[in-house]
Structures are given as C-alpha cells and as structure tokens.
Ligand binder design. Structure first.
Ligand SMILES: Nc1ncnc2c1ncn2[C@@H]1O[C@H](COP(=O)(O)OP(=O)(O)O)[C@@H](O)[C@H]1O
Ligand SMILES: [Mg+2]
Length: 358
C-alpha cells in the first residue's frame, strides 16, 4: 500500500476531488504544505472560482492567475494560483499564434471576446492546458489540482478528448478550409449546414464564429498535441487522485461516484481522506472516574469516540474494498473548532493528515 505521504513524496500531479464543502481545497493546500516540508517544489492550482484557496493559505490579498510563492518553513517551496480562464486563453493565443498579427486578429474577434470563454468546456479545457504548462514548468516538481465544487468537477478530465474530437470533426475542418482556398467568410456561411446554424444563432454570430475559426487556422495542431499530452499525463503513473469525503452519507455516495468515474477512465485513486470526522480528544482514561464531574466528562469522551468509530466503519465499508481497492490508504481527519483560514490552521490540518508515525 502506498501511503498519502508517499504519494506526496513521489507524485508529479495530485488531483483532489470530491463533493462540495468536504475540504478538497483545504486538503490541496495541506498537501502542498507537506510537499514543501519534504523538500519538494509544489504548486497548488485551484479551478474553483471562489477565493477558498487564498483563504485556506491565509493569503489576504487573494491569488492571481500567475503562481505566487508563499512563505513556508521547510526545505521546499509552496506556490499557488487561481485559474483565470480568459487570461489563460489570451496567453495561449499569444504564445501559439504564428505572429503578432494572427494573435491580434483572434483577440479582437467578437466571437472570441464574447462567446469563446463562456462556451461549455472552455473553462475545463483551460484548466487542462494550465496543468500541462505547470507540469512542464521547471520551477515546480509537483502540481496539486484543486477541482471545483460540482459533480462536474471531473469534466476537465474529458475536456482534452472533447477538444481533440472537435478538431477532428468534419464541420471544424470545413470551417478551416476556406482560408486555404482563399475564400471569404461570406462564402462559407453560404454552405447549407452553416445556413441552417445561422438561422438558429443569427447570421452575425455565425460570421464572427467563422472568422474566429479562420483566424485560428494553423494553431489547432498545437492544441491537439497538448490535449493528447494531457490525456497521457492524467493516465500516467505520476498522476494520482486523492478522493476527499466527509462521514456524511451523501458525500460518501459522491466519492463512490467519483471512484467509479475514475475507474472507468483507468485513472488511479491513490488515497482517500475522510475529513470533518467527529473529534475524539485523545484516549479516555482506562477506568471511569468516581467523581461526578469527571465521570460525566469521561462519558462524553466515550460517546465521541463511539461516534467516530461508527463514522469510520461506515466510510470504510462503503468505500474501501467496495468502490475502491481494499488496501487503499485512508486518513480520517477530525473537525477543528474553527474554519481553516490561516497558515497556522492549515498547519494543524497538515499534521492531522500526516500524523507522526509511532
Ligand atoms: N477538518 C476541518 N475542520 C474544520 N473546518 C474545516 C475542516 N476542513 C475544512 N474545513 C472548512 O470547511 C469549509 C469547506 O472546506 P473547503 O476546503 O473549501 O471544501 P471544498 O473545497 O471541498 O468545497 C471551509 O470553510 C474550511 O475552512
Ligand atoms: Mg474548494
């Protein structure tokens, strides 16, 4: 069995997934902190548009689309960023256009400005592109991905192959063709299928879209190649998924859903974290004290312990050896008295996630 600590020590990419509110972002930040303690150069990237990662890391000014380095004790480094889809897309266009003129033509295109960013899949695809770039960035040797709080959190796994299919699609090829033949946008829009689409979305929108794809011509090869590389990276030995759940039945059910989804994609779940368990406050004394006040406290502790044991058994029976392989490393993290909104609270979570071995 590979422990969570071993994954943090060895992985190139760690992806935290699970349902909303279970502590994915907190876990991603704590894994980054642990990686820095191990001497690794880790970067945590959040796809979550909420400012939760900045909160968990105690960065008052918030995070940006470019990684910033955080102050941590330890031989390694911890960096963090918050994905901005539009800025990432602009950067890709600039980096991959044949020349500045092509880049400007795309960036100024109305379809690109108003529609491209909000098309379903663009955000997920940009996340995949960002993962690709961070993985290739020599400043980092571990990329930790914090996924958004929706059931579609794993859509970014599909985004690269969706894009690849789109580029291979005859309609896309047709949109690209006219530039090579020197035809005008106008002529393309006269094609029967596009005429039909134009009637639905409006002629202007269609003309903008066609102009966009034509401006894009030549760049699709690079997008296609990177998409294939991301698909490969996600399935590689260096990528491991960390499933986060809480003892609540619904989040365990979601975790089973994720586990199944990953298994179908032949992606490896490396470890499970069951967060926000009932705290147990250490081991109660061996014998029930006689004094009434102490006896009441003792009963209380016993009760908490019993609740925790029930949660533990419940989570284990549903997940491990069921949706997940029997030997998978599972860590139970108790609920802290307050939210995790500072580096010191995060340090507590880290030490609970990675208890010193006795
Ligand atoms: N073990 C814990 N004890 C106390 N609060 C926690 C714990 N784990 C997470 N939290 C808090 O729960 C909330 C949700 O956590 P978050 O990491 O944002 O979840 P997710 O990313 O899965 O939506 C945050 O306010 C966070 O500070
Ligand atoms: Mg989150």
């Amino acid at each position: 069995m590979t422990t969570l600590l071993e994954h943090v020590g060895a992985a190139e990419v760690l992806v935290c997934c699970g349902s909303g509110g279970v502590g994915k972002t907190t876990a991603a930040a704590a894994l980054g902190l642990q990686a820095a303690l191990l001497g690794r150069r880790a970067v945590v990237v959040t796809i979550d548009p909420a400012r939760r990662l900045a909160d968990a890391l105690g960065v008052p000014g918030g995070l940006t689309n470019d990684p910033i380095r955080l102050d941590v004790d330890g031989p390694g480094e911890l960096w963090a960023l918050m994905l901005d889809t539009a800025t990432t897309f602009d950067g890709l266009v600039r980096a991959n256009a044949a020349d500045a003129e092509q880049a400007e033509r795309i960036l100024a295109n109305r379809f690109y400005r108003n529609v491209a960013g909000s098309l379903s899949g663009t955000q997920e695809y940009m996340a995949a592109e960002r993962l690709h770039a961070l993985h290739a960035d020599s400043r980092f040797d571990l990329v930790i991905v914090d996924t958004p709080p929706t059931r579609n959190a794993l859509d970014f796994l599909d985004a690269p192959s969706t894009l690849a299919r789109f580029i291979d699609h005859p309609l896309f090829k047709m949109l690209m063709l006219p530039t090579r033949r020197g035809l005008k946008v106008f002529n393309v829009a006269a094609q029967p299928i596009l005429k039909t689409i134009g009637r639905v979305v409006g002629g202007d929108v269609l003309a903008d879209a066609v102009a966009f794809f034509q401006a894009f011509a030549g760049m699709e090869t690079g997008f296609r190649e990177r998409a294939d590389e991301v698909i490969e990276l996600l399935a590689s030995k260096g990528t491991r998924f960390v499933l986060v759940a809480s003892p609540r039945a619904d989040t365990i059910e979601e975790a089973r859903f994720f586990a199944e989804r990953l298994r179908r994609g032949r992606l490896e779940v490396g470890a499970v974290v069951v967060n926000r368990c009932t705290p147990t406050f250490g081991d109660p004394p061996a014998k029930r004290p006689r004094a009434a006040a102490q006896a009441a406290l003792y009963d209380n502790l016993q009760e908490l312990r019993a609740t925790f044991e029930t949660e533990r058994a419940h989570a284990a029976s549903l997940l491990v050896g069921n949706a997940l392989p029997p030997g998978i490393h599972t860590t139970f993290v108790p609920t802290l008295p307050g939210d995790v909104h500072s580096m010191s609270a995060l340090a507590s979570i880290r030490s609970l996630l990675f208890p010193p071995t006795r």
